[in-house]
Write a protein that binds this ligand. Structure first.
Ligand code: HAM
Length: 427
C-alpha cells in the first residue's frame, strides 16, 4: 500500500528548483540597488513575542486581530511568527542600543506569515524585502526611499508598469481628531456600510476609507477629509516632499483614501501599484512611523520604511516578459570516458571552481556511456561539457564541447584555455 502524499500547508507553497533561482535573481537585483544606497543588512528572528506585534502593529488591525500564527511555547508564553518586519527591526535596534544618538539605514529579506485568504498575489507565507531608516525627520529621507524604489523598478525594467500613490496621514494627534470626526459622520450611516466597515467603525475606522465596497465608497464621498485635520508641520513636510518628487520627475497621485492596514503610520504613506497582476496589485508599501520607537519603549525617533512583496514583484516582472529567463543549474558539466576516471573528473571540477569561483560546475555522477552523460549535461542547463578520456589525461588536456551549438564539435585544449573560453562565452 502506498501512503498518501502530504501536501503543503494552504497558502504556503515554497518554490521548486529553477523557479527559486528566478526569484533569487530578482531579489538579488533589488537588494543590489538597496546596497548601492549604502543600507546595511539586518537579520531578524521568525518568532517574536506576540506582544511586540500587538503593541507595534496595533491590537485592532486585521493582522493582529485575525491573521497571526501564534503559539504558546513550553513555558506558556505567547509567540507569533512575524507577520511583518518593521516591529522586529525596532525591537532589535533598541535592544542592541543602536538607536541611541545615531541614525540607521537597514534592510532585511525573508518570509512573513499571515493567515489571509489565499489568492493570486496573496499567500499565508510570503517574502518581503524591507527597508527602514531611523533618526531622519525627512522629507529628504522620504524622497530617498521613493527614489530607491524607482531605481529597483528601473533595474527590473518594469517602471512603466508601476505607479505611485501617496497620502498624508498627519501626526498621531491630528489623526485622532480625524478619527473622532469620521466616527461622528459614519455612525448615523452604520447600517448602510458593508459588514467589514461596520466592524471597523468601532475598532479601526480609518480603514473604512480603504473599503472596496461601492456603496461604502459612495458614502465616503461626503465624509470629512483627512487632509483638513492635518497639522501644519505635517502638511508642510508633505508639500515639500511633493515638490522634491516633482523636481526629480517622479510621477505620483495623491490618494486621500490611502490609509494603511498597520497602526504605526504617521504623516506620509505610499503604495506602488502594478498593472495587470490582479486584485493584489500593491507590490510595495510603506510610510513614516515616527511614534513606533517610543511606543515600543525607546526614545522618540523619526522613522520611515517600506516593504516590497517579492511574489508580487515577480508577478509584475513576469507581466512584461513572455517567460522569466531560465536559470540553468550548471555552467559547466564534467563528463568522463569510463568510471575509472571519476577521481580525475572530481579533481577537474575542484580545479575549475578554485580558479573561477563564480562558475557553477557539476561533475557527472551515476556512470553510463557518453550519450547518457551528454543528455544529463544538456538538462543541467550547462552551455559547456568538459570531457576527459585516456587521451586527454595523457596529454594533460581537456575536451570542450559547446552544448548549445550543434555545428561545432569537441576541441582539445589546456584547462586554462578551456576556462578562458567558458568565461568569455558564459551563458
Ligand atoms: P504591508 O503593506 O502589510 O506593509 O506589506 C508590504 C507588502 O508586502 C505589500 O505591499 C505586499 O506587496 C506584500 N504582502 C503583504 N501581505 C502579503 C500576502 N499575504 N501575500 C503576498 N504579499 C503580501 C508592511 O508589512 C510594513 N511592514 C511595510 C513597512 C516597512 N512600513 C514601514 N516600513
Amino acid at each position: 500500500m502506498t501512503s498518501k502524499v502530504i501536501q503543503s500547508v494552504r497558502g504556503m507553497h515554497g518554490l521548486v528548483p529553477g523557479i527559486a533561482a528566478q526569484y533569487s535573481e530578482i531579489q538579488k537585483k533589488a537588494v543590489g540597488v538597496i546596497q548601492s544606497y549604502a543600507y546595511d543588512e539586518i537579520q531578524l528572528p521568525l518568532l517574536e513575542y506576540t506582544d511586540l506585534f500587538a503593541r507595534g502593529v496595533g491590537e485592532s488591525t486585521d493582522i493582529v486581530e485575525k491573521e497571526m500564527y501564534s503559539l504558546d511555547d513550553r513555558d506558556g508564553v505567547s509567540l507569533s511568527l512575524r507577520p511583518e518586519g518593521t516591529a522586529g527591526c525596532v525591537r532589535a535596534l533598541e535592544e542592541n542600543g543602536l538607536l541611541y544618538n545615531q541614525t540607521q539605514k537597514i534592510f532585511y529579506t525573508g518570509p512573513m506569515f499571515r493567515y489571509e485568504k489565499p489568492q493570486k498575489g496573496r499567500y499565508r507565507q510570503f517574502n518581503q524585502i524591507g527597508v527602514e531608516s531611523y533618526g531622519f525627520k525627512g522629507p529628504d529621507i522620504d524622497l530617498e526611499l521613493l527614489l530607491m524604489m524607482r531605481d529597483i523598478l528601473s533595474e527590473l525594467d518594469i517602471s512603466s508598469e508601476v505607479s505611485l500613490e501617496i497620502n498624508n496621514l498627519g501626526s498621531v494627534e491630528s489623526r485622532h481628531a480625524y478619527r473622532l470626526a469620521l466616527i461622528e459622520y459614519l455612525e448615523p450611516l452604520r447600517s448602510k456600510l458593508d459588514e467589514d466597515s461596520q466592524r471597523r467603525l468601532s475598532s479601526n475606522p480609518l480603514r473604512i476609507l480603504d473599503s472596496k465596497n461601492a456603496q461604502t465608497q459612495d458614502l465616503l464621498l461626503n465624509a470629512p477629509r483627512l487632509d483638513d485635520y492635518s497639522d501644519d508641520d505635517s502638511r508642510d513636510s508633505f508639500a515639500e516632499l511633493c515638490a522634491l518628487l516633482d523636481g526629480q520627475g517622479q510621477n505620483y497621485v495623491i490618494n486621500p483614501f490611502l490609509v494603511r492596514g498597520l497602526d504605526y503610520y504617521t504623516d506620509c504613506v505610499f503604495e506602488w501599484k502594478a498593472k495587470g497582476i490582479g486584485a493584489q496589485n500593491t507590490i510595495c508599501a510603506g510610510g513614516r512611523y515616527d511614534g513606533l520607537v517610543g511606543k515600543l519603549g525607546g526614545r522618540e525617533t523619526p522613522a520611515i520604511g517600506f516593504a516590497i512583496g517579492l511574489e508580487r514583484l515577480v508577478l509584475a516582472v513576469e507581466q512584461t516578459q513572455d517567460q522569466l529567463p531560465v536559470i540553468g543549474s550548471a555552467d559547466v558539466y564534467v563528463c568522463m570516458l569510463g568510471e575509472s576516471l571519476l577521481s580525475r573528473a572530481i579533481e577537474l571540477g575542484a580545479q575549475i571552481r578554485q580558479r573561477k569561483a563564480d562558475l557553477k560546475v557539476r561533475v557527472h555522477m551515476g556512470g553510463g556511456n557518453l550519450k547518457k552523460q551528454f543528455k544529463k549535461a544538456d538538462t543541467s542547463g550547462a552551455k559547456w561539457a568538459l570531457l576527459i578520456g585516456e587521451e586527454e589525461i595523457e596529454k594533460n588536456m581537456v575536451s570542450l564541447k559547446d552544448l548549445r551549438d550543434s555545428t561545432t564539435g569537441q576541441t582539445m585544449l589546456s584547462l586554462e584555455e578551456a576556462i578562458q573560453k567558458i568565461v568569455v562565452n558564459k551563458s
